[in-house]
Design a protein around this ligand. Sequence first.
Ligand code: PBG
Length: 325
Amino acid sequence: MQIPTVRPRRLRATPAVRAMVSETAVQPRQLVLPMFVREGITEPVPIASMPGVVQHSRDSLVAAAVEAAELGLGGVMLFGVPERKDATGSGALDPSGILNVAIRDVVAEVGDSITVMSDLCLDEFTDHGHCGVLDARGRVDNDATLEAYAEMARAHAAAGVHMVGPSGMMDGQVAVIREALDAAEHDDVSILAYSAKYASAFYGPFREAVDSSLEGDRRTYQQDPGNGVEGVREALLDIAQGADMVMVKPAMGFLDVVRRVRDAVDVPVAAYNISGEYSMVEAAAANGWIDREAAILETLTSIRRAGADVVLTYWAAEAARLLRA
Ligand code: PBG
């Protein structure tokens, strides 16, 4: 018998045959671009730890959202950076707060041509940087926070958002938000639940992006990075509470969780290619250590291969351009 008897290399011999048997495609419609909009500025402000990403002004945000729609992206995910923060994150609930006005601005311009999503969480708005309100002993108060989330959901929906993204990891948040939306006749607004969200060191650059100075850490509400079973449990709980889609976050270190959740649920699964993942690749590329464009596409392909139907990524617009070229 002649060795080797099996030659998998035959299917790698030419670009044509490789393309024919390629298992995983990344398409612009599967990508969501997260964007930051900061109150009180007229020009975009660069985020030093995320080269190429900015805090938008209201005008530049709208222009970027229009561009995202023209590129055929699936969605934009909006984060607000208020001028003033306080203990309860009141700027998040205020209809004239930055995120709510930004949703209005964007929807007025793009209509239904792209899915407009909003981060539904208090951390961008609280002076202590936690995702909820604190009780008298300084602990994040789950049920008091739920009331704020319900009001935030109503405000985002009134501003015209298509999909809200609760990211605070409070127990019961999806149920409370679904109920609030339905009671306000916004049963058409969908929920992308950040279900399996881990307490990650890789959120570092995001803190600069939203001018957050977190006191302590988020380990009483975000998950221990070692827990995979729990990620599936959180996703199932959110679906039972009415989530239309579920998300795993971060993506790169949690691809096994993406796969487990994909196999366990019957709704679309998203994964968030977060700030620190972006910055690592950008920093290595800036040093000439890796091929930037190849690394971007490989990252997104790997997240899709792991089972993500949708990928939130700061490279969404650029990837769409690369994929078209
Ligand atoms: C919470 C939220 C965070 C991110 C998205 N939503 C920060 C956190 O949970 O600590 C991180 C996104 C990123 O790092 O790119 N509102």
